[in-house]
Design a protein around this ligand. Structure first.
Ligand code: HEM
Length: 463
């Protein structure tokens, strides 16, 4: 008891000096499952491996359900109770908005037929765009990004854009630029030294793409307000405006126009790059492992055939394809450190004491690649999700969407997109490495996300 009490008075150990993503991912080997890193004067605690993550993120998820402050985002309006959803403190505003978004997505068909049809239709547009390349090499990144971006557009604004629409291209480009700037070094410095938000040119330099995104979204919202009809709700923005109307007498409500802007921005930010990157990994693995690609196609031919469009009802009948998609997510490991959490109360983890208000990094990568859990953690190996009879097996350590209270809110939508886009593409094409190009690399580009290095493919129509 004395030992454990003494131990419990300790803050987790860790190295000195500034960490960066690459070495946080490596540090667990040296410092164990719970360690701290110092970033300027702020301490972060990093949780690693399946056991520690299960203990806290899953079994005691409220204890770390809060989010730390991000001063750079305060400069564009993420302030007070208006913090959108991703950066919202754990409390009533977050709870009310999370419930509202999930219900609204469900009403628009999340997990139901209509959104499924929307995704299937978009997958056909994507196939037509791939077909127009006539088997010549191209980089699939932007077409995939257009298709995935359109799903959020359809949900939020009720309409899609053609892939060559200039305004849409600009918007996607701005989202990309905003994500890069906000996860870059300058933004991190400002987050650690909030006083720097008083330097206008510095803030402008980081937040200019975000401000332009906001200008676009504001225009969309004001167009919706002009044609809004409470008896005919067309999309997410309309539904939010209706909710605002319902609670307008309630002074404590945080459903207001400022938050609508932030939430819409969050849905784009969290829902586009992630799914796009996962599909880019999927196509990369298919050209690198043609045997696996053929097996997926065999299963598609058997269960769906060449004519009928894939549906979510097919997932359970397609264990191999399902295992491949899971393995793409495990191995691709696209958000290795999730988003920062913060302790909501004092907690003890594996004998260490972590006070309320401490920033927590959940190292999802260490779970998705945990050598105590996965047979071949560093290889692309779909059998991780298959038993000896070829049946699909769920794995508890599969947490690319994180887990607990702050688990990805779009998980169901993302799973639907991944399955429908992937099977539709492989039903219609075989993907190959262009004959005059070297084998693409499997190692990722490190940013906030882990994404494949740019590569070209040939999409050969299946006959
Ligand atoms: C949060 C992964 C797609 C909306 C997250 C988190 C992860 C994640 C790791 C952080 C959870 C945490 O803080 O512990 C992914 C992956 C996706 C994906 C891998 C695709 C393959 C989507 C989509 C949407 C979405 C399509 C849009 C509807 C969100 C939101 C949050 C979130 C709103 C914040 C939740 C909160 O703080 O309560 N996602 N996501 N995500 N995701 Fe996703």
């Amino acid at each position: 008891f004395v030992k454990s009490k003494k131990k419990c008075s300790q803050f987790p150990p860790g190295p000195k000096g500034l960490p960066f993503l690459g070495n946080i991912l490596q540090m667990s080997k040296e410092y164990g499952n719970v360690f701290s890193v110092q970033y300027f004067w702020k301490k972060y605690v990093v949780l690693n491996g399946f056991e520690a993550m299960k203990d806290v993120l899953i079994d005691r998820s409220e204890d770390i359900a809060d989010r730390p402050r991000f001063p750079i985002f305060e400069t564009v309006g993420y302030t007070g109770e208006n913090k959108g959803i991703v950066l919202a403190r754990y409390g009533n505003s977050w709870k009310d908005h999370r419930r509202f978004i999930l219900t609204t997505l469900r009403n628009f068909g999340m997990g139901k037929k209509s959104l499924e049809e929307t995704v299937t239709e978009e997958a056909q547009y994507l196939c037509s765009a791939f077909m127009s390349k006539k088997g010549h090499p191209f980089n699939p990144h932007y077409l995939v990004n257009n298709a995935v971006g359109n799903i959020i557009c359809l949900i939020a604004f009720g309409n899609r854009f053609e892939y060559d629409d200039h305004k849409f291209q600009q918007l996607l480009h701005l989202f990309d630029a905003a994500l890069k700037a906000e996860s870059g070094f300058l933004a991190q410095i400002v987050n650690e030294f909030p006083i720097l938000t008083n330097i206008p040119w510095l803030v402008d330099r980081i937040m200019e793409p975000e401000r332009n995104v906001f200008a676009f979204l504001k225009e969309m919202i004001s167009e919706h307000k002009k044609t809004w009809n409470p008896n005919y709700i067309r999309d997410f923005i309309d539904a939010y405006l209706l909710e605002m109307e319902k609670v307008k007498e309630d002074s404590s409500s945080t459903f207001n126009e400022a938050n609508l802007l932030l939430i819409t921005n969050d849905l784009f930010g969290a829902g586009t790059e992630t799914t796009t990157t996962t599909l880019r990994w999927a196509l990369l693995y298919m050209i690198l492992y043609p045997d696996i690609q053929s097996k997926v196609q065999e299963e598609i031919d058997q269960v769906i055939g060449r004519e009928r469009k894939p549906t979510m009802g097919d997932v359970l009948k397609m264990p191999y394809t399902n295992a491949v998609i899971h393995e793409v997510q495990r191995s691709g490991d696209i958000i290795p450190l999730a988003f920062p959490h913060m302790t909501y109360r004092d907690i003890e983890v594996q004998g260490f004491f972590i006070p309320k208000g401490t920033s927590i990094i959940t190292n999802l990568s260490s779970v998705l690649k945990d050598k105590h859990v996965w047979e071949k953690p560093l290889q692309f190996y779909p059998k991780h999700f298959l038993d000896e009879n070829g049946k699909f097996v769920k794995r508890e350590a599969f947490i690319p969407f994180s887990a607990g209270r702050r688990v990805c809110l779009g998980e169901q939508l993302a799973r639907m997109e991944l399955f429908l886009f992937f099977t539709t593409l492989l039903q219609q094409f075989t993907f190959e490495i262009p004959s005059d190009q070297p084998r693409p690399m499997e190692d990722p580009c490190y940013a906030f996300t882990l994404s494949p290095k740019p590569y070209n493919i040939c999409a050969v129509a299946r006959v």
